[in-house]
Structure formats: C-alpha cells, structure tokens
Design a protein around this ligand. Structure first.
Ligand code: CP
Length: 301
C-alpha cells in the first residue's frame, strides 16, 4: 500500500529491515523486471539544489520502468510579482503524476503540500529537519558492513544540530539496542536535547566528546557543515578541528568513514584511497535503497 515517507521517526526497525532486504535484492539483480504498473509517474520537486537525491530518485524510478518529471526551482519569471505558491504548484502537477519526491528549505513544507494531494509523498530533505531516505541509505551501508546496528560504537561529527542527515540517522539508530553514539562537535553544534532524548532508549547511550577514542570507533559519520544555519558560516578553525584525516583513518582499523556528500573539506582527500573510506560506496547504495523506497512507498503493484 503506497504511503508517505516524511520522517525517519515513522520508520520502524521492521520497516528498515524489509527495505534493506529489498535494496540488497535489487543490488544482486538490478535488471530483474519488477511486477509494477509502469504507467505510474513520479514528480520530483526540488526547490533546493541536489545532486545525489534528485538524480538518485530519477535513476531509481527509471530503472524500475517509471517515468519522472522534475522541477528544480519555484516558478518565477519577469511577468510575475512573486513566485508561484507551493499549494498552486502541487495542485497543478497533481493530475500529472502518481507520487511526489520533494526537497524544500522550509521545515513546514509538508503541512502546505498534504492538503492538496492524496498521492504518496517522499521527504527528500526539509530544511535542517529531516532527510529520511539519506538515513535509510546510511543505515543500509552500516548494516552491509557490520551485519547489525545493535551494539555499535558510532561517532558523529560536524554541525550535528543543523544537519538533517545526522539528525535523521540518530532517529533511525533509536530503533536499535545498545548503540553508543559519541557527538564530536562544538558544544553549540551538538544535537539538541530533544534529539538525544529520543535516541536514548533500548540501552542506547549518547555522550558529547572532545577527544574521540578512534580505536574503539566502528563508524565515523562526518556530517559536514551545512552552509545555511542560524549561526552563519563556520570558522576555518572549527572546520579544521573536526576534519577527518588519514591519521584518523589509520587509527580506525576495521571501522568505516561515512559522509552523506557533498564532501567539502570535512574529510581530507588523502582518506579516499584508504579501506576505511566508505562514502562513495554509501552513495552507490543510495540507488538500490531509493529503488526500494520508490517500490515500497510510492507505487501501486
Ligand atoms: N546527500 C545529499 O542529500 O546530497 P544532495 O544534496 O546532492 O542530494
């Protein structure tokens, strides 16, 4: 039954495991024809720039035999005094498509969208709030490497409070047991108390750290420094303090280094050819997880 995917908080452990199984089956047999009605059509509405999520959903849909239409900006030309409203855009496209994948800078975007469509809607990033499909990709990457997320030691670093990818991953991890998360971030950029409170259950632990023990870390998740935040830009000193270097990769041993991409300067390019670097594998996993998301949430079979 198609349904919305608006928040990682709505994804149960069972949902996640089914999606990972489906993604893995698609990885093994990407060209196996799916039993779906290919007359369905996706509307990809990206009101904020995106490379991976937009192209990822477009490619995922096409591989499933589903056509897509896209818009990349709010319609606004010289004859208009302001951009078209979001409700009007949704009402215009609603008869043309059978599901929507939407990215918008406004955290409240889905309250404006849902009254005007009964089609499934996938959240592809709403401000600093959520990026649930990125969390699914990240969880799938961790599961592929370690077989389970229970009991892992994970260090998240960067502007955690403002990173929708980091916040959604923490929400996904709350479904697991005995996970130890260390937040390596400026105190003002650490997760909010509310985000931490939601995660700390099932024996999960959260600690703020200033000097991580890389040797006991299994996953480094470098979330980077999103450019648009209430606190503005970050100093080079802050960026350098949380940069992942080759020395850290060496200390990590069998652990992995992840990043939702785009990577700016938060991971030194010297790390790219180490066995710990997993961010391009993580990106490739996105194709199969997005195929699973389109199949499961968006399409009538
Ligand atoms: N990780 C991610 O969301 O990348 P894009 O902004 O390129 O979609």
């Amino acid at each position: 039954m198609p349904q919305n995917l608006l928040s990682t908080k709505d994804v149960t452990r069972a949902d996640f495991e089914v999606l990972c199984e489906q993604a893995e089956a698609l990885r093994q047999n990407p060209n196996e024809p799916a039993q779906i009605d290919t007359t369905q059509q996706g509307g990809l509405l990206f009101f904020e720039s995106s490379t991976r999520t937009r192209i990822g959903f477009e490619t995922a849909a096409w591989k499933l035999g589903i056509k897509t239409v896209s818009i990349y900006e709010t319609k606004h030309n010289d004859t208009m005094s302001a951009a078209e409203s979001l409700p009007d855009t949704i009402r215009t496209l609603n008869p043309y498509v059978s599901f929507f994948c939407i990215r918008h800078s406004d955290e409240d975007v889905f309250n404006q969208v849902l009254p005007y469509t009964s089609h499934p809607v996938v959240n592809c990033g709403n401000g600093a709030q959520e990026h649930p499909t990125q969390a699914l990709i990240d969880g799938y990457t961790i599961l592929n490497r370690f077989g389970s997320m229970d009991g892992l030691n994970i260090t998240l670093t960067g502007a955690l409070r403002h990173s929708r990818a980091a916040r959604s991953l923490l929400a996904l991890l709350s479904n697991f047991e005995g996970v130890k998360v260390s937040g390596f971030a400026e105190p003002t950029l650490d997760f909010s108390e509310e985000d931490v409170r939601r995660f700390v259950k099932n024996g999960n632990e959260y600690q703020h750290v200033t000097s991580p023990d890389w040797g006991s870390t299994q996953v480094i998740y470098s979330a980077g420094f999103p450019p648009k935040t209430p606190s503005g830009e970050y100093s080079q000193t802050v960026r350098d303090t949380y940069k992942i270097t080759r020395e850290i990769a060496d200390e990590l041993g069998d652990g992995i280094i992840m990043n939702p991409l785009p990577r700016i300067d938060e991971i030194d390019p010297d790390v790219d050819d180490t066995p710990q670097a997993h961010y391009f594998q993580q990106n490739e996993n996105g194709l199969y997880m997005r195929m699973a998301v389109v199949s499961r949430y968006c399409l009538k079979t």
